[in-house]
Design a protein around this ligand. Structure first.
Ligand SMILES: Nc1nc2c(ncn2[C@@H]2O[C@H](COP(=O)(O)OP(=O)(O)OP(=O)(O)O)[C@@H](O)[C@H]2O)c(=O)[nH]1
Ligand SMILES: [Mg+2]
Length: 328
């Protein structure tokens, strides 16, 4: 399963070099002969640089193992080709230094004069340091990418997911609370000023993720900028089902026609089952509820009142069945 982004930040090339040189110098103190000293200096310097670069690299999830949702947002935020280029630069540099190290160790084994041994060791450090110095730009880019990748919301990819859509003020967060009870976990969402609210339902040791998307699926996509639209559409990689809330009263400030238009758009963009929930039925007139349910009917969608006792069960079944269907 794809891991959330907790990748490590790397120190600058200069700091990397300084700390590797310092560690290497310290180790030489424990050795007696010049050859042993220089050998341990070379091996320690090589080891330190290699370890730091490898641990940064390994702390990133493999690009081809990322979940499509992560991949799409990563593509938008940093560009995966750019990330691949930086990682390739790290790998290549490690290889070069490894090769230099191998040659140097061989030379050290076959040299007896102390001044020659020191010269060989200095030559290695000079060349290896210049390889690391050339990594400076890549390290800065890598760190910038990692900071951006950390903004990708830390959601679960291993359980079915239900996404809540609907205009502002229609009752999305209220539904999330009804379904999941507990206080939602909040995650930032790239390219938008809003945050996802994440809640979890549980039944028979199974879990279901419910995501409230304030500010995301509450406006026509055509009114959004290109990246913003793409970042919203990345949600489709996460959704197994959608619950679309229609507020039949005018308290949220959106007419039934406006709500129908948004629903139509979401239906077009998301190829998953959609259930319409009519909210605020306690204050809506029969006429208003009827109008809202006709919208669902017209679009061939099932609809349910938010007061219904079977609401939870219906949403659970819709989402888990859809997830099973997609998995099989
Ligand atoms: N009477 C009544 N009020 C409701 C119901 N559901 C939500 N509300 C009220 O409607 C208002 C908006 O509800 P929220 O759940 O915050 O709506 P939202 O869609 O999350 O709003 P945004 O986060 O701004 O997009 C709040 O004042 C709620 O108390 C309902 O079933 N009946
Ligand atoms: Mg809300």
């Amino acid at each position: 399963m794809a891991q959330p982004f907790r990748a490590k930040i790397l120190p600058s090339a200069e700091t990397l070099i300084d700390s590797a040189l310092r560690k290497a110098a310290k180790k030489t103190g424990m050795k007696k002969t010049t050859r042993e000293k220089e050998r341990v200096r070379v091996l320690t310097f090589y080891g330190e640089i290699g370890r730091k670069l490898a641990s940064a690299h390994d702390s990133l999830p493999r690009i081809n193992k990322m979940h499509d949702f992560q991949k799409e947002l990563a593509e938008l935020t940093i560009g995966l080709a750019d990330l691949r280029r930086v990682l390739a630069h790290f790998r290549k540099s490690r290889k070069i230094i490894a090769k230099l190290k191998k040659e140097t160790i061989y030379k050290l084994e076959n040299t007896t004069a102390n001044n020659e041994i020191r010269r060989i060791s200095r030559e290695f450090l000079g060349r290896a340091i210049s390889v690391v110095k050339k990594l400076d730009r890549s390290i800065r880019l890598y760190n910038e990418y990692v900071r951006k990748l950390r903004e990708i919301p830390d959601v679960r990819y291993d359980i079915p997911t239900l996404i809540i859509a609907g205009y502002p003020n229609v009752g999305k967060t209220t539904l999330l609370k009804t379904l999941t009870g507990s206080k939602p976990k909040i995650a930032a969402y790239p390219f938008t000023t809003t945050k996802l609210n994440l809640g979890y339902m549980e039944k028979n040791a199974m879990e279901l993720q419910v995501i409230d998307t304030p500010g995301l699926l509450d406006r026509k996509l055509s009114e959004r900028s290109n990246v913003e639209r793409k970042s919203v559409l990345a949600l489709k990689h996460l959704a197994n089902a959608i619950v679309f809330i229609i507020d039949p009263t005018l308290t949220s400030g959106y007419s039934i026609d406006e709500q129908e238009r948004l629903l139509k758009e979401i239906k077009k963009q998301f190829a998953v089952p959609i259930l319409v929930v009519i909210s605020k039925v306690d204050i809506a007139s029969e006429e208003e509820i009827k109008k809202a349910s006709e919208v669902a009917k017209k679009l061939g969608l099932e609809c349910i009142l938010n007061s219904s006792k079977t609401l939870k069960e219906r949403l659970w079944n819709l989402t888990t069945e859809s997830a099973n269907y997609l998995r099989n």
